[in-house]
Write a protein that binds this ligand. Sequence first.
Ligand SMILES: [Mg+2]
Length: 232
Amino acid sequence: MTKYQHIFFDLDNTLWDFDKSSILAFDKIYEIFNLINYGIPNAKDFHKTYFDHNNRLWEQYRQGKIDKEFLKTERFRLPLNDYGIVNEKLAIDLGESYTDLAARLVALVPNTMETLTYLKEKNYKIHLITNGFLEVQSIKMKASGLDMMIDYSFVSEVVGFKKPDHRIFHHAINEVGGSIENSVMIGDDLSVDIIPAKEIGMTHIYFNRKKISHNEKLDYEIYDLIEICDII
Ligand SMILES: [Mg+2]
């Protein structure tokens, strides 16, 4: 029998195809809010403008510099400003609609269900450690059926610590009754998911879907989720 019992996954861009659902949601909000009438050429262009602002704001959120309500609206207020649109109500409405839509438009990373089914059959406990918002992550899990596969979910907003803070990893392992030795961390973000797991001595699998080059010495690195079945 394998020494592992608890498999911890990151959610966004590990199991949930965040980028894909984001693009789908932008197509929708572009249509719903008639953004063409505001001079925004198309949904793709708007998404591109939004993308950098969103990444920068998420980094500030991770560092605790801004809260989620501010993030939700600001990530639309700033790209709207880039098009010369100053409209507070539109920014708020887009923020609300987008958050809701992006979670409902199901977009799982390829081989998610196949891999989780394999792990379930092998009697591993499957858990999530995610930095997202509780309401949003819950909708994603229900809409996609992931909730049926997951034993415990640890959402940073509830736990009180965000990855890469070691405390969220220790908290999750304790809560499921596991140990560092019998736990594995799997995620797509080297600095947020993988380095902290390595630092606390947890076995880690870096899901490097975009094949980003790096110099980190890691336990395992995969390019497709299904490769997990060959490791554990
Ligand atoms: Mg991720």
